[in-house]
Design a protein around this ligand. Structure first.
Ligand code: MN
Length: 427
C-alpha cells in the first residue's frame, strides 16, 4: 500500500501550529549559541538509514515466535513496507537484502518497483550461518574458517553470488557476518581458523567490483559460546587491513560485551580510516536487538559525538559510512519499532550536531574535565525533537509518524491485504 501526499498533509495540519512554536523556540536557543539551525536541519534530512529485509516481520526467540499479521510474504511486499516507513519518516530511503532469504527472481522488475517507492538498495548480506535446503555441504562447524577446503569454497562461492545479486540491483557493498567459532575448548585451532578465514575473505575481496566495499562484522559470542573467529574490532580491523583498502570494520551495537566503550572503538576505527558502517540496535544483556535508543540513549549519543567529530571536524581520515538498523521485534509491530529506531538514531545525531566541537577541544586542552563533561550533557539534555519534526516536514514526511500510522489503521489494512498468519521469508 502507498500513502498519498494528501493523507500526510491533512495529518500534519493538526499539529502544525504547536510544532511551529516549539521549533521557533528551540531555533532561538540554538542560534544564540552560535549554531546554524538551517544547516543542522539539512544534515538531519540527508541522514538516511537502511532497513534490513529481515526486520519487517516479527522475529522470534529460540523459544517461539508470535505473529502480528499482515507481515510481508515476499520481497515485493517488504519493499512496499520500507516505502511506507520512508513515506512517513523520510529517513529510510534504502533496503538491505539478506541472501538467500530475498533473492529477486526478476532484478529488473524489483529495481523498478523499488524506485516507484523511492527506495534504493544498500549493502547486501551473505548468510553462511545456517544450511539451506539442498545445500551440498554443512556449515555446522563453520564456513569461511572451516577445516575442509570444500566447505570454504562453497561459502566463498555463496558470497560471490551475493555480490552478483547486489550488482544487478545497484548495491555497492557486501556485509559479512560469520557465526564461525567454537563452542568448546579444544574444538578449534585459533591460529589456523583465523588464517583460513583471512584466506577466504581475501578470495571474496578479490571478486569485489572496483566500486564496492567489503564490511566485516565482529561479535564476541553466539551462536558459538566459547569462541568466535572474528571476536572483536581488533580482529575485524586486522582482517580488513589485510584484505585491502576497500575492506572495513562494521560495528553492530549489540555485538559487544556489556559496558564495552563502543564510542572509543568508533573513534579508533575512524582514526585509521577503517570504519565502514553501523548496525543500530540496543541491548541490556547481550545481542538483544532491541529498539535503538530504548535502553542506553546516552551511549548512543556519545557514539554519535565521535561519528560527528569524524564526519565534520577531522574529515579526511574515514570514508562515508553505511547505516542500517539491525533489530528484531518480538512483541511490537515491526514497522512501529523501526520508526521508533529511526527517531532515536536521528535524535542522537541531532544532539551530537549541537555539540560545539571547538569549545570541547579547547576545554580538553586545558584539562577542564567538568566543563568538557557539561558540554556533552548539555547537548544530550536538549530536547531536539522539534528539529527532527521540522526535517521530516520539509522532506514531505509526517510530523508524528506513529500517530498517523495508528490513525490510518495501517496494520489492519496490511492484515486485510495479506492475511493474519503470514510469515516473512527468512523468519
Ligand atoms: Mn548486524
Amino acid at each position: 500500500m502507498k500513502l498519498t501526499k494528501e493523507q500526510i498533509d491533512s495529518h500534519n495540519n493538526h499539529g502544525i501550529s504547536a510544532h511551529d512554536s516549539e521549533f521557533q523556540f528551540l531555533s532561538k536557543i540554538l542560534s544564540k549559541k552560535g549554531l546554524n539551525v538551517e544547516n543542522i536541519i539539512e544534515q538531519i534530512q540527508s541522514f538516511q538509514v537502511a532497513i534490513p529485509s529481515w526486520a519487517l516481520g516479527t522475529g522470534g526467540t529460540r523459544f517461539g515466535r508470535f505473529t502480528i499479521g499482515g507481515e510481508p510474504r515476499d520481497l515485493e511486499e517488504k519493499i512496499s513496507d520500507v516505502g511506507l516507513i520512508n513515506d512517513l519518516t523520510k529517513a529510510a530511503g534504502s533496503i538491505s537484502l539478506h541472501i538467500p532469504w530475498d533473492i529477486p527472481e526478476d532484478p529488473g522488475a524489483i529495481l523498478e518497483l523499488a524506485s516507484s517507492y523511492g527506495i534504493v538498495f544498500d549493502a547486501v548480506n551473505s548468510n553462511t550461518f545456517q544450511d539451506e535446503a539442498n545445500q551440498k555441504l554443512s556449515y555446522k562447524f563453520g564456513s569461511l574458517c572451516h577445516t575442509d577446503d570444500a566447505v570454504r569454497a562453497q561459502a566463498i562461492e555463496h558470497n560471490r553470488q551475493v555480490i552478483d545479486v547486489g550488482q544487478a540491483l545497484g548495491s555497492k557493498s557486501l556485509t559479512v557476518w560469520l557465526a564461525d567459532g567454537s563452542s568448546f575448548p579444544g574444538q578449534l585451532n585459533f591460529q589456523k581458523a583465523l588464517e583460513r578465514t583471512l584466506d577466504s575473505l581475501k578470495a571474496i575481496y578479490k571478486y569485489l567490483p572496483a566500486d564496492w566495499k567489503l564490511y566485516i562484522e565482529y561479535k564476541p559470542y553466539e551462536p558459538n559460546f566459547y569462541s568466535t573467529v572474528i571476536q572483536d574490532c581488533g580482529t575485524s580491523h586486522l582482517l580488513a587491513t589485510e584484505c585491502g583498502n576497500r575492506a572495513f570494520s562494521l560495528v553492530d551495537l549489540g555485538h559487544h560485551l556489556p559496558n564495552t566503550n563502543i564510542e572509543q572503538i568508533v573513534a579508533t576505527l575512524m582514526w585509521r580510516g577503517k570504519l565502514g558502517g553501523f548496525h543500530f540496535n540496543d541491548s541490556k544483556f547481550g545481542d538483544d536487538d532491541l529498539t535503538v535508543g530504548s535502553i542506553k540513549p546516552y551511549q548512543l549519543f556519545l557514539i554519535f559525538n565521535e561519528l560527528v567529530y569524524g564526519m565534520t571536524v577531522d574529515t579526511n581520515k574515514n570514508p562515508s559510512l553505511a547505516w542500517m538498523i539491525d533489530a528484531s521485534h518480538n512483541v511490537k509491530d515491526p514497522l512501529e519499532d523501526l520508526m521508533q529506531s529511526l527517531e532515536a538514531i536521528r535524535l542522537a545525531y541531532a544532539q551530537a550536531l549541537i555539540v560545539n566541537q571547538n569549545d570541547l577541544e579547547e576545554l580538553r586542552s586545558i584539562n577542564d574535565v567538568t566543563l568538557a563533561q557539561e558540554i556533552l550533557q548539555e547537548a544530550f539534555r536538549t530536547d531536539v525533537r522539534p528539529l527532527l519534526k521540522e526535517a521530516r516536514k520539509r522532506s514531505g514526511g509526517a510530523l508524528n509518524p506513529i500517530d498517523i500510522y495508528r490513525k490510518l489503521g495501517i496494520r489492519n489494512t496490511l492484515r486485510e491485504l495479506r492475511g493474519l498468519d503470514t510469515v516473512a521469508t527468512g523468519l
